[in-house]
Design a protein around this ligand. Structure first.
Ligand code: 4NP
Length: 153
């Protein structure tokens, strides 16, 4: 069997956006019978929420769409640049932090999560109302379909 495609989503706290992307990609892959061909994880550039489950608003949004909630927050580590094939940042600030941290030979793995669709940022919903989480879901839903298309074509 060939090596899985390893995908890491990165946001700031690893409790709102990147765990949503992580759970949603796993769900999409499993519905397509592709779960075994991928390894999916998420992390934050910050460490404040280490060990915590996803924000209750991320959990509610995922459940409302029938997507199982996964994971506990962790901070990005130096090993991640070696281990993962695609390192997808939720916004330009986290993209820039990752690019600063990454050894040069792994820098090409880093991109914005919305690069295949809007090319823009997934807005941080943490300090806003619940609607922000649904917006995050919709942005990720479209972009993840496009990423899956690229990885499987
Ligand atoms: P996330 O959202 O980066 O999408 O997980 C945030 C979560 C927590 C904080 C900021 C953003 N915080 O400042 O604690």
């Amino acid at each position: 069997m060939s090596e899985p495609v390893r995908v890491l989503f990165v946001c700031l706290g690893n409790i709102c956006r990147s765990p949503m992307a992580d759970a949603l990609l796993r769900h999409k892959l499993s519905e397509k019978g592709l779960a075994g061909a991928f390894e999916v994880d998420s992390c934050g550039t910050g460490a404040w929420h280490r060990g915590e489950p996803p924000d209750p608003r991320t959990q509610d949004t995922l459940r409302a769409h029938g997507v199982p909630v996964v994971g506990r927050a962790r901070q990005v580590s130096a090993d991640d640049f070696e281990r993962f094939d695609a390192i997808l940042a939720m916004d330009r600030s986290n993209l820039a932090k990752l690019k600063r941290m990454a050894p040069q030979e792994h820098a090409h793995k880093i991109a914005l999560a919305l690069e295949p669709t809007t090319g823009g940022e997934v807005p941080d919903p943490y300090y806003g109302d619940g609607d922000g989480f649904e917006r995050v879901y919709r942005l990720l839903d479209d972009a993840l379909d496009r990423w899956i298309g690229r990885w499987t074509s």
